[in-house]
Every structure is written in structure tokens, then in C-alpha cells.
Design a binder for this molecule. Structure first.
Ligand SMILES: [Zn+2]
Length: 174
């Protein structure tokens, strides 16, 4: 009679539910699209910030620029949409674009502005951003060109916000 070796334990714990892990990875890699993600209409902005934004755009027009708010993403963004942007166009998970009322109504305290003619690139765009920063600071707004510690060399030159750079965004609009 031949003696059998003792059965080797099967690595069941590794095998069982492996597909659940795959589903989890897929959900992390492809999160559900955000709903009600953004808004650039006037109601999407905080009222006191909107007054300064109007003054800013008037000052820029008086200097010969044609400022516009960036379509789709230049005003309010919900937190889900902000996270989806985080790696590409912004470096914060929550900021002045994401402010809401306590009941969840959009009240952005930031806007992204470009000149309609050259938008992001070219000598006219570069000169526009210099004026944008100067006029924003004159109105007491923060300018994204001052992000990163070297004034004027920051990574977000089209961005203005309700408070000077260095202030954290409030969770709720007043
Ligand atoms: Zn911005």
C-alpha cells in the first residue's frame, strides 16, 4: 500500500473573492461621473465676491482687454468634480471654487479668467495675466499667479479668489 503525502493546504484565501478586488480597483480607477458638477452663471458665485469680480472685469475692459470666465470650470465646482481635476489643472482638493451655502447651493468665491483673444498662450495672454494679477490685488482679491511663494510666477495665473493667497477657503458662504 502506497502512503500518500499529507495534503497541502490550499491557498483558498488568496483565491476567494479575487473578483471583488478587481471590482474595487475598477471603481477606484473609474469613479462615477460627478453630477451637478459646476456652474459659471451669476447665481453660482458668492454675492460679495461677485461685486469684486464685476469691478475686476470692468477694470480690465477699461484697459482694453476682453475678459471672460473660463467655460465649464471657471466658476463653482462641486467637491467630486474638484477631485477629478486635482491631478491635471489644480493642486487642491478643496478650495475657493468649491464653497457652498450650508444647504449646498453653489457660491463660488473664485473665478478663472482669460482674455477671449489669445486665451492661455501668446504675448497678449501673458500681458493680460499680468494686468489680471495687478487689478485683482488692487481690489483685495487673491491671484493664482502668486501661488507657490514667488509673486507673479505661480502656477494658476487665470485664477482669482475672494481672499488673499494664503487664506484657506471657507466651507460655507456667509
Ligand atoms: Zn481657479
Amino acid at each position: 500500500m502506497r502512503s500518500c503525502p499529507p495534503p497541502r493546504p490550499r491557498p483558498v484565501r488568496l483565491r476567494r473573492g479575487w473578483w471583488l478586488g478587481l471590482v474595487g480597483v475598477a471603481l477606484l480607477a473609474y469613479p462615477a461621473p460627478c453630477t451637478a458638477r459646476a456652474g459659471t452663471e451669476r447665481a453660482a458665485f458668492d454675492a460679495s465676491f461677485l461685486r469684486k469680480l464685476d469691478a475686476l472685469m470692468s477694470a480690465l475692459r477699461a484697459k482694453g482687454w476682453d475678459p471672460i470666465i473660463v467655460e465649464e470650470t471657471g466658476g463653482w465646482r462641486n467637491a467630486c468634480f474638484q477631485r477629478s481635476l486635482s491631478s491635471a489643472t489644480t493642486q487642491v482638493a478643496y478650495g475657493f471654487h468649491n464653497v457652498t451655502t450650508r444647504s449646498g447651493q453653489p457660491r463660488s468665491m473664485a473665478a478663472d479668467l482669460i482674455d477671449r483673444v489669445q486665451r492661455y498662450k501668446g504675448p497678449r495672454a501673458a500681458a493680460f495675466f499680468v494686468d489680471l494679477g495687478a487689478e485683482a490685488n488692487r481690489l483685495g482679491l487673491g491671484w493664482g499667479g502668486d501661488f507657490g511663494g514667488v509673486p507673479g510666477k505661480g502656477w494658476d495665473r487665470n485664477h482669482v479668489q475672494a481672499l488673499p493667497v494664503g487664506h484657506a477657503a471657507p466651507k460655507w458662504a456667509a
